[in-house]
Design a protein around this ligand. Sequence first.
Ligand code: 4AD
Ligand code: MG
Length: 452
Amino acid sequence: MKSRVKNILKTEPADQAFTVCGWVRTKRDTGSFSFVEVNDGSCLSNLQIIADQSLPNYAADIKNISTGSSVVVHGILKASPAKGQAVELHAESLDVVGEADAEVYPLQKKRHTFEFLREISHLRPRTNALGAVARVRSRLSYAVHQFFQERRFVQVHTPIITTSDCEGAGEMFQVVTGQEKGTNDHFFGRSAGLTVSGQLQAEVYALALGDVYTFGPTFRAENSNTSRHLAEFWMIEPEMAFCDLQGNMKMAEEMLKYLLQDAMDNCPEDMQLFNNFIEKGLLKKLQTVVDKDFAHITYTEAVDRLCSCGKQFEYPVRWGIDLQSEHERYLTEEVFQRPLIVTDYPANIKPFYMRLSDDRKTVAAMDILVPGIGEIIGGSQREERLEVLLSRMVEAGINLDDYSWYTDLRRYGSVPHSGYGLGFERLVQFVTGMTNIREVIPFPRTPGSAPC
Ligand code: 4AD
Ligand code: MG
């Protein structure tokens, strides 16, 4: 196994041999040797290399090393007299594997804006902030699986290509072959698209295996150029049989807290970077979220609060509208100042699958809103009563034949069941404090932009 800088930062530098493979961040020459800062991607910290002029390739290679070059360095770890690092590597050999022309390498020593870095998405993971985001994102992904696997949920790989539009919002990208363009000769026998949610298929497995989850890419052709929307994003969707809205909310809150704590426990160095440079007070904010109960409010109460608060919103509020980001953020940031679960939304602004309540006006829905972001989770108890579901589908203009597999679940052994979707990028945004969602996914896809 390759040696990694992450593993030696806290070790006692007992003159042990070590090899680092990485990319040069900076180089500084002093009289008889050079300091070379190398980052191997395993952690935020660079390893400082002391390269003495007695090395055979010192004049030919080492003196000319520039930022961005890749190197392999063998040497001996020693205690470092410098501040901020425990060890440094005294090079016995230093090989330049790949050069990077300093004249044109775009990542110079100065701080670059995130907007600029988006234009070089192939190089931006080599910066401190974007490297840290990548590591935290990876850890959160692992923690998601750990959370559900510990609770014996079964992971289901729901399809990416599908013929059903779960959210019914007409935001599906179509999937066509080069040949069938403009004809009715569909590859799948009917028109198909990229999934907007794995929920409907997850329900199939929940009604066989009990507790399941899916974690995969989802796609939405919505023309929203905001700091919280992507055309391709990842969603975590648990689905639980014999579970009502209460159980659903409990699971969602427990999961969010688990994931935040996990990131703080396992990525302390990267989280400190975000706390210092991206969002001051981030760690304290996250710890408070973990330690306190989430607030609860019904949609109707939320509308009352918004109407009577005296604040001017861009979108005026009345019962029956979908809450906009400005409303969500006002509630969670200013009124409650902590995560807020809004329940019982009007049936006519929510998809057909949500369970109709006894008032016949609202559904057993829940959205979780968090400060700085707004909606991070959307979920509901599902309509398990065949007749009610059918009439909701007819109302929504859905072709019942296309969804017979879904309605069959209510014909044969139907049970109350619930689930939710957590937008993975919004979670990574919340955990890292990054203000734009384009910074928390390696290659963001947004209207007008998919460069590689
Ligand atoms: O609220 P949504 O649309 O819910 C569903 O898709 C349900 N089928 C989930 C379920 O019950 N299994 O989306 C769920 C979450 C949102 O709360 C948000 O965090 C995220 O997905 N999301 C987006 N994230 C980034 N870009 C977009 N365009 C997003 N749309 C939704
Ligand atoms: Mg939603």
